[in-house]
Design a protein around this ligand. Sequence first.
Ligand code: HEM
Ligand SMILES: *[C@@H]1O[C@H](CO)[C@@H](O)[C@H](O)[C@H]1NC(C)=O
Ligand SMILES: *[C@@H]1O[C@H](CO)[C@@H](O)[C@H](O)[C@H]1NC(C)=O
Length: 511
Amino acid sequence: MAILLQDLSLTSKGILAFFALYIVYQIVRLSAQFYRHNSIIKKNGCKPVATYPHRDPIFGLDIFLENSKLTKTGGFWDRVRERYLALDCWTFSQLLLGTRVINTAEPENIKAMLATQFKDFELPPRRKEALQPIFGHGIFTTDGKEWEASRALLRPNFSRNQIADIETFEHHVSAMISWIPKDETTVDLQELFFMLTLDSATEFLFGKSTSVLEGDVTNEEGVKFGEAFNYATARMSLQTRLGKLAVILPDKKFKDSVNLIHEYVQNYVQKALHKKSLTLETPGEANSRRYVFLEELAKTGYSEKKIQDELLNILLAGRDTTAGLLSYLFHYLARRPDVFDKLRAEVVALGNDQPTFEDMKGMKYLQYCLNETLRMQPIVPSNFRFAIKDTTLPVGGGPDGKSPIFVKAGTQVNYQVYVMHRRKDLYGEDALEFKPERWENLRPSWHFLPFNGGPRICIGQQFALTEASYATIRILQAFKRIEPRDSSILTEAMTLTMAPRNGVKVGLIPA
Ligand code: HEM
Ligand SMILES: *[C@@H]1O[C@H](CO)[C@@H](O)[C@H](O)[C@H]1NC(C)=O
Ligand SMILES: *[C@@H]1O[C@H](CO)[C@@H](O)[C@H](O)[C@H]1NC(C)=O
């Protein structure tokens, strides 16, 4: 018994010693960290960033609950903009479920994260966690060396002559136009635009279109793929916002959708790899064929899984975005006959033929309209990065917001392009007006960022602008007027990107 007691007290002495050591360790660690942070702060002249005056100063539940509500009703990004205006600054910190994050709508800071200090920032772990189960390891879901390899692999295949395959666009756009009623009854153009971009992107990527616009009952497979893709992306966007909370919600439909998507793409990848081995034996046969992204990737010798991942990454990045741009453009055209008439005059001047790539490049007013739509409604309204080391951002500190700020390793920085694009000090007092003419004199730089900037700039920009231009021209050749058939105020539907919540319900009057 005595021995046992002695043992016990020995053990508790051990625990005590351990505990004391641990406290000393923590004190040393924290002071070293404090010293390191302080020297960065001194060296760069960092000043404190403005903080949001939360009603719940521990978890920031006030913003979290308000945001959850706005996700369901729309008006989310306007409310984010109001928070900036209320604080009267373009960079501030807030709490996200107890963690401090930084928000910025400052071109200088965004340029630092995306370009000049690119190596200090990565994608937040949350984005990778949410996307990798479906999209695997591809250009859109990785960082560092892995991302560099993807980027180098994919980029050459986005050169101009590949994407400007006018005949492919023509095929899908004319199928879409045949769905627009000629008797002026109401149509939701947004639905058609989402079908268009799915059909054309799958044709470009897989070599075979989902053909949802063909209304072909035999293509049940393509239609199912479209539905599964819509469901899976909506669900993932929820998860990027809720983080781990979403993982615990069981969802069989999500699992089924992901399986269906994988099987569908796998099927095409296998066919392409098989074809490759055949064409090696009989060269010359495939020479005159149109450009298929998948077949180019198959030539590289990458694994089936890798190719499948990259294809899905590009489909994710390219499909909803272009449909969103077209939807917003036609929302504005239906409400602004002055802009519509001016744009149509430019289209009609070219005649009724299919426009060429050069024709489209030469259409100034069309480009003003596309840029102005992307300014007012940047399809990726907000984005984020994650500091992978202790670093700084050039502005946002001190009472005037002009000093640099300190950014601790592990801090998430959100940048709201939507808010930046509506800054009156950058675009003028009329910043909230849709006004294509402003582009006559604008020379965009880091304050206009619909496609991101720096090493991770969108590789599909040309593809998107060509497809949107082509579709717009063909619609305006076929119809001479467009009327809004929906008087609700414009709010956004939030997916991974954004689009008008109530669709684009209009009537079109044939030419
Ligand atoms: C109006 C249409 C589009 C908009 C507004 C847009 C916008 C963007 C933005 C903001 C990013 C940066 C995302 C980030 O780094 O967090 C991005 C990346 C990307 N986009 Fe687009 N995009 C559009 C169309 C397309 C199309 C049509 C394709 C392909 C066919 C495409 C392929 C990609 C890819 C692969 C990336 C990832 C690049 C990388 O991380 O290196 N995009 N896009
Ligand atoms: C497409 O990319 C692959 C891999 O980078 C490359 O081998 C191939 O030559 C490219 N094809 C074209 C037409 O650019
Ligand atoms: C539209 O914006 C792009 C940047 O995304 C820019 O390169 C282009 O010059 C702009 N077009 C016009 C007509 O200003």
